[in-house]
Design a protein around this ligand. Structure first.
Ligand SMILES: Cc1cc2nc3c(=O)[nH]c(=O)nc-3n(C[C@H](O)[C@H](O)[C@H](O)COP(=O)(O)OP(=O)(O)OC[C@H]3O[C@@H](n4cnc5c(N)ncnc54)[C@H](O)[C@@H]3O)c2cc1C
Length: 447
């Protein structure tokens, strides 16, 4: 019987708590969360703003009551303020000022990430929004009830910014998308893919300003009215800043716990930190990146958060389990364009100093004689020029081909070579794919 204290009960914390409660009997689990809700799926925020779903109710999958029914003690709106790692005690205080002092045998840190909000001049003007919590999303949705908000600028053209740009446009607002990078989603895709998405955004009326850095905001009567970049000045009624997230290490930064370069908590393959009996999971922690030879890295995704919570839960419960690491697999669907990626892009490989080769094929998704709903898909595979191991892949199509990227994800994890892919048993059925499908063709034509 162990007493397990969990700090943070969103995706990673929830996965850890459920793993312990569902698989191991006799433990006492006490959780603290600073927020008033659990398990908000941020990915649904853009769908809600863009009126593609009827409301936010389905964006939660876990409640406080469900935890309590399983025997967990959970304190909401109760931030942990301090941890004494020597005495193994957690100190928290709820919104009514009630203080809690909880000892632990094992501690799980699942404090997540915080939006990066640079101190731009005018940054505290009204209607400059951030995107992270359910409350942030609700505030934006409520403000959009006001028809005088006609133009919205999204700052940051990563996958969240691109999703939000689509959402504001679907919501009937004139939408600007601003990023210092020369194109959108430059971290997840190579330029030829990003350019296709940029064209898709432009075709749908989004006014993009790539290669422009925000300088300041200006306002009238306390409300934002202008976004000023190094290249221009734009009239706006609302600004959404989504330029990235940083690990929330507030509770440990002065503890001597080992941290990664960006401040994420360094963990081993059991999710254990450098302090005994303390585990870290989700966005606050590092993750092993298989496309960079298993190096610790930082890839903040809900999918990774859940898996790391499961790993920590089993290790604490008594089943030794090592994480397999991740490839940073992700996908995006904007209007009808779907793009998915895993592992390294060619650009990222070059930045990391890895000598790679690539092979790209564009072909119809289904057998060529299928006359309807048979768009082209473009598949690019990145592989190590020396070992020939597949390091990454990207696919784009208006057809929903997303499942293919999961095969590439496993290929990267298992270090499958481009040559092994050539004769892989990829089934053929005209309704689904072509006898000479684009994956096989890309592998066959690899140098
Ligand atoms: C708009 C948006 C869209 C996204 N889309 C996707 C997507 O499509 N796919 C995907 O995989 N990922 C997506 N993500 C990323 C995903 O949401 C995060 O990776 C995920 O939330 C990480 O979960 P977590 O539990 O580690 O951290 P968080 O979600 O950050 O949760 C941390 C929890 O810790 C609590 N906490 C922090 N400090 C304390 C403290 N001192 N005391 C008590 N509690 C504390 C917080 O209140 C919070 O509940 C998206 C994120 C956003 C913002």
């Amino acid at each position: 019987m162990s007493k397990i204290v969990v700090v943070g009960a969103n995706h990673a914390g929830t996965a850890a708590i459920n793993t312990i409660l569902d698989n191991y009997e006799g433990n006492e689990v006490v959780a603290f969360d600073a927020n008033s809700n659990i398990s908000f799926l941020g990915c649904g925020m853009a769908l809600w703003i863009g009126n593609q779903i009827s409301g936010p109710d389905g964006l939660f999958y876990q409640t406080k009551e469900q935890f309590e029914a399983k025997g967990c003690t959970i304190h909401m709106e109760c931030p942990v303020e301090h941890i004494d790692f020597d005495a193994k005690v957690v100190y928290a205080k709820d919104k009514d000022g009630v203080a809690y002092e909880e000892s632990y045998d094992k501690l799980i840190l699942a404090t997540g990430s915080l939006p990066i909000l640079p101190r731009f001049e005018g940054g505290d003007l009204e209607n400059i929004q951030q995107v992270k919590l359910f409350q942030d999303a609700k505030e934006v949705v409520d403000k959009l009830e006001n028809p005088s908000i006609k133009t919205v600028a999204v700052v940051g053209a990563g996958y969240i910014g691109v999703e939000l740009a689509e959402a504001f446009q679907r919501n009937g607002r004139h939408t600007l998308l601003v990023d210092m990078a020369p194109t959108c989603m430059a971290n997840n895709f190579d330029p030829e893919f990003s350019e296709r998405m940029a064209q898709n955004l432009a075709d749908n009326g989004i006014e993009a300003h790539y290669g422009e850095g925000v300088d300041r905001f200006e306002g009238t009567d306390g409300k934002v009215t202008k976004l000023v970049t190094n290249k221009g000045s734009y009239d706006v009624d609302m600004v959404c800043v989504c330029i990235g997230f940083r690990p929330n290490n507030e509770l440990v930064k002065d503890s001597g716990m080992k941290l990664f370069a960006n401040g994420a908590i360094l963990v081993d393959r059991h999710q254990q930190t450098s302090i005994p009996d303390v585990y870290a999971v989700g966005d606050c922690a590092t993750i092993f990146n298989n496309s960079l030879d298993g190096e610790p890295g930082y890839i903040a995704l809900a999918s990774n958060a859940v898996r790391s919570g499961i790993v920590a839960g089993h290790n604490i419960g008594g089943t030794a389990l090592e994480t397999a690491g991740v490839q940073g697999s992700s996908g995006i669907c904007i209007y009808d364009l779907k793009m998915v990626s895993t592992g390294l892009t060619e650009s990222a490989a070059k930045r990391a100093g890895i000598e790679v080769k690539t092979t790209t094929v564009t072909g119809c998704q289904k057998a060529p004689f299928i006359e309807h709903d048979n768009p082209d898909a473009t598949c690019k595979i990145v592989y190590d020029a020396n070992t020939r191991a597949i390091l990454g892949a990207q696919i784009a199509s208006t057809y929903d081909m997303h499942g293919n990227i999961n095969m590439f994800s496993l290929a990267v994890e298992k270090k499958v070579t481009i040559d092994e892919l050539k004769l892989l048993d990829i089934f053929f059925l005209p309704h689904f794919n072509a006898p000479y499908n684009y994956i096989t063709l890309a592998a066959l034509q690899a140098e």
